[in-house]
Design a binder for this molecule. Structure first.
Ligand SMILES: CCCCCCCCCCCCCC(=O)CC(=O)SCCNC(=O)CCNC(=O)[C@H](O)C(C)(C)COP(=O)(O)OP(=O)(O)OC[C@H]1O[C@@H](n2cnc3c(N)ncnc32)[C@H](O)[C@@H]1OP(=O)(O)O
Ligand code: NAI
Length: 309
């Protein structure tokens, strides 16, 4: 229970780091979130290196960015399609790709991670990058549910480490949660806040507490929806319709789960269940576990709670 009642008061450590104007950004993980963040950063004039594990994955990431930019350009340059095409090409020129984070880390002002939601994998990544990146480089994680303090503990730059939590789809969602741990310096926090504003986002300031603000409220709601369905008290279709038409949400909880990705959902729930095993909200869900075991991860694989093909 301690995990969920834990309160961290924010205090900034004294730090040698000065406030950094973030221009060169390395984004690790070219999935839904990493590609979306890369798109928005490149669109706002930042130089972006997008890193993932293979050229094939990176090709898909860039294709996804191009597709999303086309939707943005269609609206922004409705009357001038050629200006829209120019915009797309200009943005894409700001994005390069790499399969080894070591390639870009030495010239980055910010290394932002959006890889799989697994503490050990994130720690290994940052532990390695800590030795390669210059002193001024800020590290940040886009984690949905892991303590930033735990991820930062694998580095020797805890004063230059914070959380930048974006929302899916990144080009459309205005919010960014900027998370300071007790060790994050004021300069680092300011740099991350200013970077979020430079991306055209609306930042809110968060403490390093479970789920920050949005997921602290969203996860219980989503889990209650799942339990309601598992008890046989509502079909997923009816629950989705009810929350859209009755509560004004753009997507119902099952549609949103498929959109986020059921693997990510499971990582979040399993992680919280491990930390707070007596909380019935986080008890394993047979339905969620079955879908993930079958590779039905939501929209990205063509099937989750619903089918998309
Ligand atoms: C029940 C299971 C329980 C499991 C329990 C586990 C619980 C764990 C939960 C934790 C989740 C953690 C995730 C996280 O950390 C934080 C998140 O990100 S939460 C997700 C937040 N996002 C939302 O809530 C999204 C809600 N949906 C929407 O806002 C809209 O539906 C959406 C904007 C996605 C799409 O709009 P819609 O009208 O539905 O469809 P359209 O396709 O017509 O789009 C409208 C408009 O927007 C443009 N557009 C959409 N996507 C993009 C894009 N990627 N790029 C560019 N443009 C885009 C589109 O072109 C349309 O433009 P028009 O000009 O209006 O045509
Ligand atoms: N999906 C969502 O709606 C949201 C997810 N997040 C968080 O963002 C992070 C990423 O989530 P998604 O983009 O949805 O996942 P995703 O599965 O779409 O993409 C993850 C990418 O990271 C790559 N990757 C994994 N390990 C790597 C490593 N060691 N080095 C380089 N690349 C690696 C994978 O190949 C994959 O392309 C997670 O921490 C998640 O919790 C945060 C907000 C919303």
């Amino acid at each position: 229970m301690a995990f969920f009642t834990h309160h961290i008061s924010r205090s900034f450590s004294s730090s040698a780091a000065r406030s950094v104007v973030i221009k060169n950004v390395t984004i690790i993980g070219g999935g839904q979130m990493g590609a979306g963040i890369a798109q928005v950063a490149a669109s706002t004039g930042h130089t972006v290196t997008l890193v993932d594990m293979s050229e094939d994955i990176l090709k898909k990431s860039v294709k996804g960015i191009e597709g999303s930019l086309k939707r943005v350009a269609k609206k922004k340059f409705a009357e001038k399609p050629e200006a829209g095409e120019e915009f797309i090409q200009k943005v894409l020129q700001n994005v390069s790709t790499a399969t080894d984070p070591a390639a870009a880390a030495p010239t980055s002002d910010l290394v932002l991670e959006a890889i799989v939601e697994n503490l050990k994998v994130k720690q290994d990544l940052f532990g390695r990058l800590d030795k390669l990146a210059p002193a001024h480089t800020i590290f940040a994680s886009n984690t949905s549910s892991l303590p930033i303090t735990d991820i930062a503990s694998s580095t020797s730059r805890q004063d230059r480490f914070g959380g930048l939590h974006f929302f899916n789809p990144v080009p459309m969602m205005k919010l960014v949660e900027v998370i300071a741990t007790p060790a994050t310096s004021q300069e680092t926090f300011d740099s991350l806040l200013n970077f979020s504003k430079a991306l055209g986002k609306a930042p809110v300031s968060c403490k390093d507490t479970p789920g920050f603000i949005v997921n602290r409220l969203l996860v219980p709601y989503m889990m209650e929806a799942l339990r309601l369905h598992e008890r046989g008290h509502g079909s997923k279709e009816d629950i989705d319709v009810a929350m859209k038409l009755g509560a004004g949400y753009p997507m119902g909880p099952f549609e949103l789960s498929d959109y986020v990705g059921l693997d990510t959902m499971k990582f979040i729930i399993d992680g919280w269940s491990e930390k707070d095993p007596d909380n019935p909200l986080f008890a394993p869900s047979e339905l969620l576990n079955k879908l993930v075991a079958e590779g039905k991860l939501g929209k990205k694989t063509g099937e989750g709670f619903y089918k998309y093909k």
